[in-house]
Design a protein around this ligand. Sequence first.
Ligand code: IMP
Ligand code: MG
Length: 179
Amino acid sequence: MQFDDRQFRDFLTEKDIHALVDDLANKINADYGMNDRILLVGVLKGAFVVMADLLRRLHSDVEVDFVRTASYGKSNTSCGTITMLKDIGVDVRDRHVIIVEEIIDSGRTLKYLYERLKGANPLSLKIATLLDKRSKRVVKIDADYVGRVVDDQFLIGYGLDLEEKCRNLPAIYALKYPN
Ligand code: IMP
Ligand code: MG
């Protein structure tokens, strides 16, 4: 498979992805009651695809909101700083908040969001991610719900972008030759 002159190989089929989302949803459904008010907070842009699939599998009362961050500095050094481009617009004090990511890499984005949301005193605060590049972590943060731990490789599709493109691919592909 080729996108923008770069070669990709199949990584996760639509079926694989749906099995991972089922698994995430089953774990979340097991942990929350039908009357719990869950607020899913998706991290734009990448997480909107998994959010849409995850929320339709949840049994509790679910509301959604989104945040958008930007990171400055090289993503592979520890000096990357995160700023907020779009904050949540909901009072979280009576909500069980679950931050939803499509992938965790260095963990900087999530660490920042976690601390920020924690400061707003939600009833509880957890993290769900479809994919986890655990070996790339530079700050200490772990997700409570993880679809799959993956090796360090560049992935596209199902919300994951290649310079803003390819988010619409229903399956996930891995770059063959890192450049
Ligand atoms: P972190 O702050 O380094 O954990 O950055 C995580 C964010 O980087 C994810 O939410 C994605 O938007 C992006 N990202 C990380 N790895 C990939 C990848 O393999 N493909 C596309 N985007 C990625
Ligand atoms: Mg993201």
